[in-house]
Design a binder for this molecule. Structure first.
Ligand code: HEM
Length: 597
């Protein structure tokens, strides 16, 4: 009987094979494209576009082509605080309680971070996913990065920072003010496929100046950050001296090349080697050689950081040695130099825009009033405590980290406990364990009811308004800080924050104490505004399409339609870690204020 039935089924299927196959496809299609998204998925009530529910393609593609942050930001405006990104991922923004829930209460990191492992996929503090493993790592090294340790007169970090500031002032003097060592190598853009030198090899100093030449500050600040972080991690004499030896800044250009692979590194590592160009493979190889040389030198010349050990010393003392230690160091070098360079580049760029000259003057005034005038080019500001607490400098820094945050992209975590969100309709939805969830710093920093005119660079929003009483001011700042996550939030927040902050403040203080800055008119057309400052915002994304030119970030060719204003050039690249879209920013430096008129 049963056999008979089975036989009947087999015969029927055989005689209607095509029909049968079609039915299977239709049933599966109905299941995946109708039943799951509308009835079965626990995320079915989360607002968002249909395709996000049924496919990972919009999510992957948006990140690959550098449009995802803007897209997610726009979709939040349309759909509200809670948004579906992919069949297993949601994005939450619009209220600071999400930062508390996800980051302060420590949902574990998603697999995205696993690919930040180094040296044969060895784990490190940034890449570790599980909370308990991470905590173990953090306990080993966190004391080295505390503000009290960074500022301690018993450690070498102070002198590392002051030496680097001196080198920075000198590098600008020689490269720009005096013009004795022009930044020709960067001008040729040998290693920067997006650089102006690629299309126009003779662009540099077309106006024929002999002083106040342009310098690519993105590389300059990359060099500063590399010198500081390597000396901090390995010991004073085992770090780099890129600021002193301009030709060695090639290393920064190699890092930029590899950075352009961010999408493949984090989301599609299996394809990395296949996608990477010959140049990028060479860059990765050069970086690895550089790192191993650096670590070898440090191993042969063990050093302390004064009262504390170095990071390398501390790791070794705790049994994390060889490649296991190098994975931590490489991660910190990576985490610490590009982010810092991006912050400083945008800060100096913003203050160099004609529309912001008054802000630059205000900052220079604060510095002159606090420290007097430099007696010579060798004079440096070395009072860390005073620099740390300058009100206007801090306002500029905070505003820059809000608008031009180095990590504007989602910081994905995984729901590991009962978590309920409330939609704008009032409906409560339980998010299943295992769902990926994140805030988008780019959006949090643009919360319009907390930061009015949120796209604009307005340092004054961090100071008391003329009519504002102290109590209102304090309350407002407290709220604004709740909506800031330039260094992340919670226990996975940036380990190097205190180092990065004082390093940036010293660089800003010393440079604007000595110099004023302007955008180089040979590099781009400089946008000027009269009264309509509202249009002075810098976008995130890809280069604006001009006349049908092809502008995929990774492959675009600079044809006749090259974007040419400073605002085009300084678009923030839309990715987890941002940077200037063309990997360069050319500023001219002056020892007086006359340029700012
Ligand atoms: C302006 C400079 C910097 C910015 C804006 C920055 C930003 C960040 C952010 C946003 C995170 C959290 C990322 C996430 O959760 O997805 C982070 C984590 C981290 N950063 Fe930074 N960073 C900077 C400089 C540095 C420096 C100088 C170092 C090292 C010396 C460093 C080391 C780390 C490490 C180790 C983590 C992971 C911490 C953990 O998982 O416990 N960063 N940083």
């Amino acid at each position: 009987m049963l056999m008979g039935l089975l036989q009947l089924v087999v015969e029927t299927v055989q005689s209607h094979l095509v029909l049968f196959q079609i039915s299977i496809v239709v049933v599966l299609a109905i299941y995946y494209y109708v039943l799951v998204p509308f009835i079965l998925s626990p995320l079915r009530a989360i607002p968002g576009p249909y395709f996000h529910r049924v496919s990972y393609i919009p999510w992957l593609n948006g990140q690959r082509n550098g449009t995802w942050i803007q897209k997610v930001y726009d979709l939040h405006q349309q759909y509200g605080n809670i948004l579906i990104l992919s069949p297993t991922e949601i994005s939450v923004n619009g209220h600071c309680k999400f930062i508390t829930d996800i980051y302060t209460k420590n949902f574990p990191k998603s697999k995205f971070y696993e690919n930040f492992r180094n040296h044969g996929f060895k784990d490190n503090i940034f890449a570790s996913l599980e909370n308990n493993r991470h905590l173990k790592y953090k306990k080993l090294i966190m004391a080295l990065y505390k503000k009290s340790a960074i500022f301690s007169p018993l450690n070498n970090t102070r002198s590392i920072l002051i030496d680097a500031s001196r080198d920075l002032v000198q590098a600008v003097f020689k490269g720009s003010v005096e013009g004795s060592e022009p930044d020709l190598w960067n001008a040729r853009a040998e290693l920067n496929i997006h650089g102006k030198g690629k299309v126009d090899p003779n662009w540099f100093n077309k106006s024929g100046w002999s002083n106040n030449l342009a310098i690519d500050v993105y590389t300059l600040f990359g060099a500063l950050a590399m010198d500081v972080v390597t000396r901090f991690e390995l010991g004073k004499d085992s770090g780099t001296s890129l600021l002193q030896f301009t030709q060695s800044r090639k290393l920064i250009a190699y890092h930029c090349q590899v950075s352009s692979m961010g999408f493949w590194t984090t989301l599609a590592p299996k394809f990395w080697n296949w996608v990477a160009s010959k140049e990028i493979l060479k860059a990765a190889d050069e970086i690895l050689k550089f790192q191993l040389n650096l670590y070898k030198h440090a191993e042969l010349n063990p050093d302390s950081n004064g009262k504390n050990l170095t990071t390398l010393g501390t790791l070794k003392q705790n049994g994390i040695t060889g490649e296991y230690a190098y994975s931590f160091l490489t991660d910190n070098i990576f985490a610490g130099h590009e982010t810092t360079a991006t912050q400083l580049t945008y800060l100096f760029y913003e203050l160099s825009r004609p529309v912001n000259f008054p802000l630059q003057q205000q900052l220079r005034k604060e510095l002159a009033e606090t420290f007097g005038r430099p007696s010579s080019i060798n004079d440096v500001i070395d009072d860390l405590e005073t620099v740390d607490s300058l009100p206007y400098l801090n306002a500029v820094l905070d505003e820059n980290s809000r608008v031009h945050t180095s990590i504007p992209g989602a910081e994905p975590r995984v729901v590991d406990r009962n978590y309920i969100v409330e939609l704008s309709t009032g409906k409560l939805v339980e998010i299943p364990i295992g769902t990926t969830i994140s805030c988008l710093p780019y959006a949090i920093h643009r919360q319009e009811n907390v930061f009015p005119d949120s796209n604009r660079f307005i340092p004054e929003r961090w100071l008391a308004y003329p009519e504002e009483c102290e109590k209102d001011y304090q309350a407002r700042i407290k709220l604004q800080k709740k909506y800031m996550m330039p260094f992340g939030k919670g226990i996975r927040m940036c380990l190097g924050m205190n180092l990065a902050l004082i390093e940036m403040k010293l660089a800003i203080a010393n440079l604007y104490w000595h110099y004023s800055t302007k955008i180089d008119p040979d590099w781009c057309a400089i946008t000027k505004y009269n009264t309509n400052q509202a249009s002075a915002e810098i976008k995130i994304g890809r280069a604006p399409a001009r006349g049908g030119a092809h502008h995929d970030h990774h492959h675009h060719h600079h044809g006749g339609n090259v974007p040419n204003t400073d605002e085009d050039k300084m678009i923030m690249y839309d990715a987890y870690t941002s940077r200037p879209l063309y990997d360069e920013c050319w500023l001219r430096w002056y020892r007086d204020d006359y340029s700012l008129t």
